[in-house]
Design a protein around this ligand. Structure first.
Ligand code: UDP
Length: 454
């Protein structure tokens, strides 16, 4: 890169949620290492700061707050839609100031926005800057969203209530069944169809970046490429290509000492991500099943993740007894370090895309307990496409928890799954190495910015 290009700036616009912040900040790191300056434009609801591994980044916050009553009553989907409504003008103002400060427009190379921050599309269009959509989920989920954005809500609702339909394959999305589609627990079907319609509308975008790799989902990537008619750059897994710590909660590293005392590949790590919640009844069934499996387990229980309780204080005494012998509980774990630890034999996960990629990247097989959205797509792929996971479906009961843990850690079947997980780990690692598909894709994206051909 020559001196003039070194000064080129990329503007990033993250969604204020851990699972979205993490990959976009990793993308920022990757692009910074290629010589770009990075400006992160955040809403009032983001909390990433320069102290978190990003001392060379510029952080700007745009005005725009929701009313207290909105914050209390809106579900997550409506919150996102409202945020998009109130931020469009302030983002435009912020971007125009940035352009003025820099004297001329040509040193902002592009605006890269999370697909759910679609308010960011209008300003670059007006200022004739390239805008790039960043998808923090995989290509298959993106394809599903574009299909769902067009379904008839009334008919789809009726279909989804029929158990037979739920278990049947959705036409054109094999191996996904109706029940695997990324509908949301955080809003109505009407809301999700509306939100997806906005998010997949990439008409003004010059390109789409996906945190995935062609070895994971080449056919969905090709399908997306055909559909979108702008370049699609699969450049993941970003946590391998450019690791950066952007944890919004404090990590409890004491669990690493505990893991170091456990036997290799025996521990089940349990986490439902940054938003997943579990009722008391399910907590008890899970604890019983884990205890009966006789395997050690490390369990992330986030404050506020048990309805009606600040942390675990509302759980009965029985819970503490069940976990005391073989379990270790933390409020938030250093997940990457945990998955890398040789003691970990399986990850019981909600299958968020970051957790899925992180587990794949460490060759750790998964027990899939998806809750909402694209997690269901990921779980289906883990079980039936990559075959490195087993689903824990239906009502949570201790017997099935015990069984699934034994299948993964003790049974011969588990050894086969682990072998496939190691094979896949090697493939994704190769994809981000020099000459690999994701590495080349990132190179092509950077090249398109340098040559201003985007
Ligand atoms: N995570 C973590 N510590 C925990 C639980 C989760 O650092 O105790 C991180 C995890 O490594 C991942 C992110 O939080 O990068 C969760 O993202 P994901 O897409 O898996 O799920 P979401 O939180 O968006 O549902």
């Amino acid at each position: 890169m020559d001196k003039k290009q070194v000064k080129r700036r990329i503007v990033l616009v993250p969604v204020p949620a851990q699972g979205h912040v993490t990959p976009i900040m990793q993308l920022g790191k990757a692009l910074h290492s290629k010589g770009f300056s990075i400006t992160v434009i955040q809403t009032q609801y983001n909390r990433v700061s320069s102290s978190q591994d990003f001392s060379d980044f510029q952080f700007l916050t745009i005005p725009g707050t929701l009313t207290d009553s909105d914050l209390k009553t809106l579900g997550a989907l409506q919150f996102l839609m409202k945020l998009n409504e109130i931020c469009e003008a302030s983002f435009k103002h912020c971007l125009s100031q940035l352009l003025q400060e820099q004297g001329s427009g040509d040193d902002i190379a592009c605006v890269i926005y999370d697909e759910y921050m679609y308010f960011s599309a209008a300003a670059p269009k007006e200022f004739q800057l390239p805008s790039v959509v960043f998808s923090t989920t995989n290509a298959t989920a993106f394809v599903c969203r574009s299909v769902l954005a067009k379904v008839n809500a009334d008919k789809f609702l009726i279909d989804m209530k029929d158990p037979e339909v739920q278990n049947s394959l959705f036409p054109g999305l094999d191996p996904l069944r109706y029940k695997d589609l990324p509908t949301s627990a955080f809003g109505t079907i009407e809301d999700i169809i509306k939100l997806y319609g906005e998010a997949v509308n990439t008409r003004t975008a010059s390109a789409v970046i996906i945190n995935s790799a062609s070895c994971l989902e080449s056919s969905s990537l090709s399908r997306l490429q055909l559909k979108l008619q702008v370049p699609v750059y699969p450049i993941g897994p970003l946590h391998i290509a450019a690791s950066a710590s952007s944890s919004l909660l404090e990590e409890d590293k004491s669990c690493i000492e505990w893991l170091n005392k456990q036997k290799p590949r025996t521990v089940i790590y349990i986490s439902l991500g940054s938003l997943g919640r579990m009722e008391t009844k399910d907590m008890l069934e899970m604890a019983s099943g884990l205890s009966n499996s006789n395997q050690p387990f490390l369990w992330v229980i986030r404050p506020g993740s048990i309805p009606g309780s600040d942390w675990t204080e509302s759980l009965p005494e029985e819970f503490s007894k069940l976990v005391s012998e073989r379990g270790y509980i933390v409020k938030w774990a250093p997940q990457m370090e945990v998955l890398r630890n040789p003691a970990v034999g399986g990850f019981l996960s909600h299958c968020g895309w970051n957790s899925t990629l992180e587990s794949i990247g460490e060759g750790v097989p998964m027990i899939c307990r998806p809750i909402t959205g694209d997690q269901k797509v990921n779980a289906r792929y883990l079980e039936s496409v990559w075959r490195i996971g087993v689903q824990l479906e239906g009502e949570l009961v201790k017997e099935t928890v015990e069984r699934v843990v034994k299948r993964l850690i003790v049974d011969e079947e588990g050894a086969d799954i682990r072998k496939r997980a190691i094979d896949l780990k090697e493939k994704v690692e190769a994809s981000v190495r020099s000459g690999g598909s994701s590495c080349s894709s990132l190179h092509n994206f950077v090249n398109s910015l340098q040559t201003k051909s985007l």
